[in-house]
Design a protein around this ligand. Sequence first.
Ligand SMILES: Nc1nc2c(ncn2[C@@H]2O[C@H](COP(=O)(O)OP(=O)(O)OP(=O)(O)O)[C@@H](O)[C@H]2O)c(=O)[nH]1
Length: 313
Amino acid sequence: MTDTEGQIPEGESTRAGFVALIGEPNAGKSTLLNRMVGAKVSIVTHKVQTTRARIRGVAIDGASQIVFVDTPGLFRPRRRLDRAMVAAAWSGAADADLVVLLIEAHRGITEGVEAILDVLAERAAGHPVALAINKIDRVQAADLLKLTEDMNARFDFAQTFMISAEKGFGVADLRGWLADRLPEGPWLYPEDQIADLPLRMIAAEMTREKLTLRLHQELPYQLTVETESWEERKDGSARVDQVIYVMRDGHKGIVLGNKGETIKGVGQAARVDMEELLGHKVHLFLQVKVRPNWLEESERYSEIGLDFRDGDA
Ligand SMILES: Nc1nc2c(ncn2[C@@H]2O[C@H](COP(=O)(O)OP(=O)(O)OP(=O)(O)O)[C@@H](O)[C@H]2O)c(=O)[nH]1
């Protein structure tokens, strides 16, 4: 460790967990994350579109490691509000230890915020949800208090924060609050891997997305993809090895396809995405392995792309 920010204070036990950041488009989620995490780890994540939760960044605060996840593209109720879709988005947040709802101070309780509140009321039982009112630089104090009251009348928030993600106001308080409330336990990411881990994970998500597209309803939620190794080569290309874990022998055949056509198509499409993201050539190697218990072994971790194996240090 060269970075003192990541040093665990002596005598304190470590904490780690997942925080889902939810809110309408433009609420300021990326700005807030960059403030809390630092640009390095969240830099490329906005490119990936998947329906499951994914990691947006990892923040260290004292002895806590905060892993931020979100559910991109789902909290986008437009003209015709689709509550079912918003409800579906909650499935990503449901795995999180804590949830932060980010709203815009000057816009107040919009139709989109209403939809999210409805979902929270139905499904957030047992999940502490913090409210973060962002862009407070754009409103008067009196309006802010009224909005705080109105929001808390609608939902029992564990805490309300008034912040300006852009100016940095209130962000440290929010991060500290989250850090204190995560469960005690070892950090989920080795410190020295934090910086490059999202790339490996994004690459796995890309492959998983192509599999989902090709297999349609055949294997919903019954496979996971892990990036096993990532090697940058001298010629500027990268060799990426990934394993697709399935639960049954029969599934392996489906993933491979007739004469390996399915997996070949998946590999090609995923490689193109990776090359576009990285801006250089990628050699992608895919392997399919049967691991009947992967769901139990690693449900929570694989769900959001964490490569969680014994022996990883
Ligand atoms: N005035 C003001 N503007 C802010 C603040 N925080 C974010 N913004 C602006 O709000 C806009 C949206 O911010 P983003 O961080 O991209 O929002 P997002 O929620 O990630 O948006 P999506 O990626 O569309 O979901 C940007 O133009 C930001 O500069 C703030 O505290 N004050």
